[in-house]
Design a protein around this ligand. Structure first.
Ligand SMILES: NC(=O)c1ccc[n+]([C@@H]2O[C@H](COP(=O)([O-])OP(=O)(O)OC[C@H]3O[C@@H](n4cnc5c(N)ncnc54)[C@H](OP(=O)(O)O)[C@@H]3O)[C@@H](O)[C@H]2O)c1
Length: 327
């Protein structure tokens, strides 16, 4: 079967190599999946460049955590999945994550434990489903757990990448008011078409937290989907309201900032760390997208042969929503 690997010790796109491996056989409790689509996350750029926070690649590894496909064989004892099912894999398979340290989904075939697969809702394509395991589950976990999002509350989400756009979509189906930031007015216009109530260009407004306070009559946001990390956190501390919650998710920016969390103390606000989510979170997300017939936003799709181009495109950060590779 055809695969890509990220080479041991990879520090850049040169570390992405095409290769061949024998097709895996499904062991007891496993299903063999003919992969049809994979999506890219910011994490995948960090992995190939050797900058992933959880460490560099220590052996040649099939990349990408998020993939969907069709079951072509099942091993002994499999009960919940059958040949022909359209499935999507969970980000974590047991205690480890796909794409690093486990082999990921940029391959023609992969074997998964049946508990690591969910059925794809009828209204979704393989491409759609492949956008959900990391970005979708993370956004769901951020909004629907911890301080649970209630209709009428304000959600602030940063940028227009994969997590932020699905967070916008999920917040809207939950009845929230959404404020979204971007470096691009054109992307902000697209966000409005998806339902964003208020938009802020963070290049034109480097102190964007002041705009958030103006837009909320000084109250601040109830929920912040914090994707920027060190460079945006001090602003998010100011933008969150009394009793609000910042879901600590991203590490996009790296400049120094004053991270002392005291502004949260006076507001009784919470900073909650998120690491994607469990199967339970993914099941809840699937119910929500099915009932609301929600379709994730795919900016662009690439072919398997163009996988390296897809990575380079994600790095340019011109995308809005998700970047997908068809397999
Ligand atoms: N903790 C977890 O479990 C978890 C899970 C998923 C993702 N993440 C992290 O979350 C972050 C986003 O991931 P992703 O896959 O959605 O990334 P992505 O699709 O690559 O999105 C990147 C976007 O971030 C925006 N951005 C860049 N600088 C910004 C700034 N200073 N302020 C606000 N937005 C800025 C840009 O939006 P504009 O072009 O609109 O400016 C850019 O397009 C990454 O750090 C990723 O590692 C963490």
């Amino acid at each position: 079967m055809k695969i890509y690997t990220v080479s041991k010790g990879s520090t850049g796109f040169d570390g992405l190599k095409r290769g061949e491996r024998d097709e895996p056989k499904p062991g007891p409790g496993q299903a063999l999946v003919r992969m049809r689509a994979a999506s890219l996350n910011f994490r995948d750029l960090a992995i190939v460049s050797g900058k992933y926070v959880r460490g560099p690649v220590t052996q040649d590894t099939i990349p990408l955590s998020d993939g969907a496909g069709e079951v072509v064989a099942v091993g002994a004892g499999v009960r919940t999945i059958k040949v022909g099912d359209r499935v999507v894999a969970t980000f974590n398979q047991g205690p480890n994550s796909l794409g690093s340290p486990l082999d990921g989904v940029l391959t023609e075939f992969a074997a998964f434990d049946e508990n690591g697969l969910l059925k794809i809702p009828a209204h979704m394509s393989f491409d759609d489903a492949a956008t959900l395991p990391c970005a979708g589950v993370t956004a769901w976990h951020a909004l629907m757990y911890g301080k649970i999002l209630r209709a009428g509350e304000t959600v602030l989400t940063l940028g227009t990448g994969g997590v932020s756009i699905i967070a916008l979509q999920l917040a809207k189906i939950a009845g929230a008011r959404v404020i979204i930031t971007s470096s691009s007015d054109e992307k902000l216009e697209r966000a409005r078409k998806l339902g964003a109530d208020e938009t802020i260009n963070y290049k034109q407004h480097p102190d964007w937290e002041k705009r958030v306070l103006e837009l909320t009559d000084g109250q601040g946001a109830d929920h912040v989907v914090e994707l920027g990390g060190v460079g945006t956190l001090p602003h998010s501390y100011q933008a969150v309201g009394v009793g609000g919650e910042i879901a600590l998710i991203g590490v996009i920016t790296r400049p120094e900032g004053d991270l002392a969390p005291y502004p949260l103390m006076f507001k009784g606000a919470t900073l909650r760390g998120i690491f994607v989510g469990a199967r339970e979170h993914f099941e809840g997300l699937m119910r929500a997208v099915t009932v609301n017939q929600l379709k994730p936003v795919i900016d662009r799709t690439f072919s398997f042969d163009e996988a390296v181009e897809a990575y380079k495109y994600l790095k340019l950060a011109k995308h809005f929503g998700k970047v997908v590779i068809k397999i």
